[in-house]
Ligand binder design. Structure first.
Ligand SMILES: [Zn+2]
Length: 899
């Protein structure tokens, strides 16, 4: 699954985020070998809530939606293997009513359950029989009914106005992961219960229906269309998909697989870019995994609402429309990049997740960390112009920031409930997972790593695994102790800090937990593939690597007077702090470092400021030393920190002085680029221009604000006058400083457009308005029907963050709690209040959030609340510490310049 707020595609904080124990070491030098607790996959020992003595083999399901009433009826037969005689059979069902149930045994004898007991809290239904059912195969037959919801859980609807006709239409879609297949049909809804699924759906005659497999037959019954799909291979229930509506499609082909892009009417041609990309990606993955895509077709389905990300349903991937469709005349380069990156992520899952599936949600990272890593690798392979790995640093920094708090969790974590499964989808699972795999691939070597993955897929296809199975495969292919290295990264929380200092003529590297705002951090150790390079040497491109598997060690073959940069190209998932003399040498040579090393050094130095291990002066001295680079990833990294400090200054007297200083850092780069793209300009330069316009606009740069307003006025008169790449930043800047009239103009544009991508850009710009009276006009739109329900949460968050009105957003969300609850999924509800509150930086708000969530959402939200509360408290401390430092440093700079 791809969650836009977890994976923030375009990593610009001004963007609407449509876009996650070690038992206390008794002796600090003992390495955490005890962490290797997990065993390879076995069905019987896999965690879960359902008993394992009834095992489903195949489902035959018939669903009939009633679109007027937003309800559905269904019936199913399930062939189940009873592994021992039993009087009860328990499976999952949620928000369903069951109207009939019976069981037929292998000899054709029918048994009626004496009781059908629904347990709402457990989301289960138990069929209780008067006499014991024999061991062996039985066919269960159930009839049931449920509701079609708006929140994107199970079968949901998406209302939209049709391109061309403007008619109001409804499309149906499903979102099952992690635990919502049970809202559409009673099932064994845990990933270890793989089964074959055969779906039939009865829809209006004008509808087209799509599922995991090709249509096997279609017939008209009573004026309606009955569509029967072919049976799936053995797969997990969370991968079932069913979409239907008045749809268009375009088709292509790659390596014998039919690839389709399916959209609402009139939009299919905008799927051309995704279709062509998917053809390339499919071939790339066929080669990489050494196993052909196993289904006859792969559909990419654009949903106009209902769900804000993308989901890897086998053979039928669903996307929120704005991250699948690309209109060359209107869409930006950033959209193109997002489309490719999300597609590459979801298609990687078709093998890693769908063909081979994690056994239980405690190993969710196997799916998500891997798909994130593989998707980025594939995107980079086809699109080196985007510098995607370097720019993935921004997402990695978010994971490392969370991971430095005590509220973090290990990559692999126990999951007991549906709520815990929901909260596992976070930056640790995705981004730490991806970063660790990248570090591991770099250490094992690309070819050994690939061979290990190929062997793993072969050994476990159509089955389930644990992390231990992956380490075993990689250990065999590389002949390196992968399990022992990996355990310290996946089974304990947090990340290491490596400190470097000279001693006795050598350079000593020492490791400890990197903690921010923690009172008594637990001592922890890692086996760190530590890379380093001598920046003064002629072949500074070559890095050395050694495994730091003790508390401290001397860097091999390095003298204390050398200038070494650790974590070459920033591939490792650890922080580095240099002793002052060494940092000074690095600072002096910083301009000569590679962009990747600059990005890494800048990121670490800022993290050290947050951890109270370095000063804001050190940070900005480094920024000054490298900023002439004009690299896109470097600019994004610096700008993220500038935004962060700017947000800390909200309502503080220091803000104008800081903004003026920050403008002086960014303006020279923009002066070189200007508003208009040069002929044959490279893609990264275009993206840098967008980045600088957004950021300078945020910092009240008058020329940028005037320039944006001028272009917006022309755009209104003639939309073609504004290059697609410039539309998002121009809208953002104009929206930020909007008056009522401008806001209303934007509103009109937002209501008129049929493009979801444009809607997202325009409503985001409106929500970013700084004027409180405009925030009060935007907030009710979040609950209206004029925006896709996907934007419900995002609009409020944008008012809080970009619009700088967390007080208004918070009050509004509390006043309308019940309405938001009805529109949001459980995952959305659990994250809503914490996401708003993270925009505050006073500690009292942390306590307020904790109390509010305890009162209103006791079971759902613990992990998100803990993280948010700790983040707020850490920010409050940081603000008190660094704002005075910052003012002093800026004044010193001004004095130096005047001297
Ligand atoms: Zn995913």
């Amino acid at each position: 699954m791809y969650l836009l707020d977890t994976n923030k595609v375009a990593d610009q904080s001004r963007r609407m985020s449509l876009r996650f124990p070690l038992a206390a070491a008794i002796c600090a030098v003992v390495l955490p070998t005890t962490l290797q607790a997990e065993t390879p996959f076995r069905f019987e020992t896999t965690p879960g809530k359902l008993p394992k003595d009834a095992v489903p083999k195949s489902y035959d399901i018939h669903i009939t939606p009633n679109i007027e009433k937003l309800t559905f009826t269904g019936s199913e037969t399930v062939d189940v293997d009873l592994r021992k005689a039993a009087k009860t059979i328990t499976l999952n069902a949620n928000a369903l009513t069951i109207s009939s149930a019976k069981v037929v045994d292998g000899r054709g004898k029918t048994a009626q359950p004496a009781r059908v007991a629904m347990k709402v809290a457990d989301q289960t239904v138990t069929l209780r029989f008067g006499t014991e059912l024999a061991r062996g195969t039985h066919r269960i037959a159930l009839s049931f009914a449920g509701k079609i919801n708006e929140a994107g859980e199970g079968l949901h609807f998406a209302n939209y106005s049709e391109k061309g006709t403007g008619a109001e239409k409804t499309m149906l879609g499903t979102q099952m992961e992690p635990t919502d297949a049970r809202r559409l049909f009673p099932c064994w809804d845990e990933p270890v219960f793989r089964a074959k699924f055969r779906l039939t759906v009865t829809v209006p005659a004008s509808f087209m229906a799509v599922s995991n497999t090709p249509v096997e037959s279609e017939k008209v019954v009573g004026g309606k269309k009955e569509v029967r799909f072919a049976e799936t291979p053995l797969m997990a229930s969370y991968l079932v998909v069913l979409c239907a509506g008045e749809l268009d499609a375009i088709y292509g082909e790659a390596e014998g697989v039919r690839i389709g892009v399916i959209t609402t009417k009139g939009k299919a041609e905008q799927g051309r870019y995704a279709l062509e990309s998917a053809e390339k990606i499919l071939k790339y993955y066929n080669d990489y995994f050494g196993e052909k895509f196993p289904l006859p077709k792969l559909d990419l389905i654009a949903l106009p609402s209902g769900f804000g990300g993308a989901m890897e349903n086998w053979g039928g991937i669903t996307f929120f429309e704005s991250i699948l469709l690309y209109d060359p005349a209107k869409s930006s380069e950033q959209t193109k990049e997002n489309v490719f990156a999300v597609l590459a992520h979801e298609m990687a899952h078709q093998w890693f997740g769908d063909l081979v599936t994690m056994a239980w949600w405690d190993n969710l990272w196997l799916n998500e960390g891997f798909a994130s890593w593989m998707g980025t690798k594939c995107t980079d392979h086809f699109n080196p112009q985007w510098h995607i790995w370097l720019r993935a640093n921004a997402a990695k920094q978010r994971a490392m920031t969370t991971d430095a708090l005590s509220a973090t969790h290990p990559i692999q974590q126990p999951v007991r409930t549906e709520s815990e499964a929901n909260s596992a989808f976070d930056e640790i699972t995705y981004q730490k997972g991806q970063s660790f795999l990248r570090m591991l691939e770099s250490y094992l070597g690309e070819e050994d790593f690939r061979r290990g993955i190929g062997n793993y897929i072969q050994a476990h296809k159509y089955s389930n695994t644990t992390t231990a199975d992956l380490w075993n495969a990689l250990g065999e292919s590389s002949k390196k102790p992968v399990s022992a290295i990996a355990a310290s990264w996946t089974e304990q929380p947090g990340l290491p800090l490596v400190t470097v200092k000279s001693a006795d003529g050598r350079m000593l590297a020492q490791q400890e937990l990197f903690a921010v705002h923690q009172e008594n951090p637990k001592p922890s150790e890692w086996r760190i593939p530590l890379s380093y390079r001598d920046i003064a040497s002629a072949n500074a491109t070559n890095a050395s690597v050694f495994l730091l598997d003790a508390k401290s060690a001397a860097l091999p073959e390095v003298r204390s007077d050398q200038s070494v940069k650790l974590n070459a190209d920033g591939i490792g998932y650890y922080r580095v702090q240099y002793e002052p003399a060494l940092f000074a040498r690095l600072l002096a040579a910083a301009a000569q470092l590679s962009e990747a090393d600059k990005v890494n050094l800048i990121s670490d130095t800022w993290a050290l400021v947050r951890a109270d291990r370095s000063t804001i002066g050190d940070y900005f001295a480094l920024v000054n030393a490298v900023r002439a680079d004009h690299g896109l990833a470097l600019a994004e990294q610096i700008n993220t920190t500038i935004s962060y400090i700017d947000a800390l200054c909200r309502k503080a007297p220091e803000r104008p002085e800081f903004q003026s200083y920050a403008r002086s850092l960014l303006a020279p780069a923009f002066a070189q680029l200007g508003w208009v793209a040069k002929k044959d300009e490279d893609v990264a330069t275009g993206l840098l221009r967008v980045e600088l316009i957004s950021k300078l606009g945020d910092l009240c740069d008058e020329k940028i604000v005037d320039g944006a307003r001028e272009r917006f006025a022309k755009f209104i008169a003639d939309p073609k006058s504004l290059a697609p790449d410039l539309r998002p930043p121009v809208l953002d800047v104009v929206g930020r400083y909007a008056d009522l009239k401008t806001w209303e103009t934007l509103h009109q544009l937002g209501q008129q457009t049929k493009s979801i991508e444009e809607k997202v850009n325009i409503y985001r710009a409106m929500a970013g308005a700084l004027a409180p009276e405009l925030a009060n006009k935007t907030l009710p739109l979040a609950l209206s029907n004029e925006v896709p329900s996907t934007l419900t949460r995002e609009l409020v968050l944008t008012v809080a963050r970009e619009g700088e009105q967390p007080e208004l957003a918070w009050e509004f969300s509390k006043t309308h709690r019940k309405e938001f609850d009805a529109k949001l999924s459980e995952m959305g509800r659990a994250r809503f209040a914490p996401s708003i509150m993270k925009n505050f930086n006073d500690a009292a708000r942390a306590a307020e959030l904790e109390a509010y969530m305890r009162e209103n959402y006791p079971a759902e939200a613990t992990s998100e609340v803990n993280k948010a509360a700790e983040e707020i408290r850490a920010k409050a401390d940081l603000k008190d510490r660094i704002l005075p430092q910052m003012t002093q440093w800026i004044r010193e700079q001004t004095l130096v310049r005047h001297d």
